[in-house]
Write a protein of this length. Structure first.
Length: 147
């Protein structure tokens, strides 16, 4: 199923990013290219290659967790890599106002990393963490309003 999304979207993504060279509407083309890259990444996440990429990142995290003795590093590596991809895309677009190769690759790999973070070891405790943060923030906002 992932290949049915990945291949046609990647073909359109390639054509749009390589063949369309407009001075006018460059921002619209950059947005379209980033959306196509993210959609292709969603298809990639459901292929064996996407699962393999996520397994490699998880494997590196497990090795570092075993070396350091901290189990949380395994989740931290996936989160750190996800944030690195996000910062790479932001920095690339902020530098020249175009979605260049680095931003496109970051948008392509982001769904795989998000699936790893949500479905990995954080998946079981993620709902509890979200509920805890929500309760703390609502308590804080309530205290600010009552003071």
């Amino acid at each position: 199923m992932g290949w049915l999304v990945l291949l046609p979207t990647a073909a359109v993504w390639f054509v749009v990013s390589k063949r369309v060279r407009l001075r006018r509407g460059a921002a619209a083309v950059s947005v379209a290219v980033m959306l196509l890259a993210a959609i292709a990444g969603c298809g990639f996440a459901y292929t064996f290659a996407g699962r393999w990429f996520a397994a490699v990142v998880d494997w590196v995290g497990q090795i570092l967790a075993n070396i350091t003795g901290e189990a949380a590093i395994a989740s931290g590596i996936a989160i750190a890599f996800t944030l690195l991809l996000l910062l790479t895309a932001i920095a690339d677009i902020a530098c020249d106002r175009r979605a260049d190769r680095a931003a496109q690759v970051s948008a392509f790999l982001m769904p795989v990393m998000l699936a790893l973070v949500v479905g990995g070891s954080l998946g079981a405790s993620g709902g509890g963490a979200v509920q805890s943060v929500t309760n703390q923030v609502s308590s804080f906002v309530g205290q600010m309003g009552g003071a």
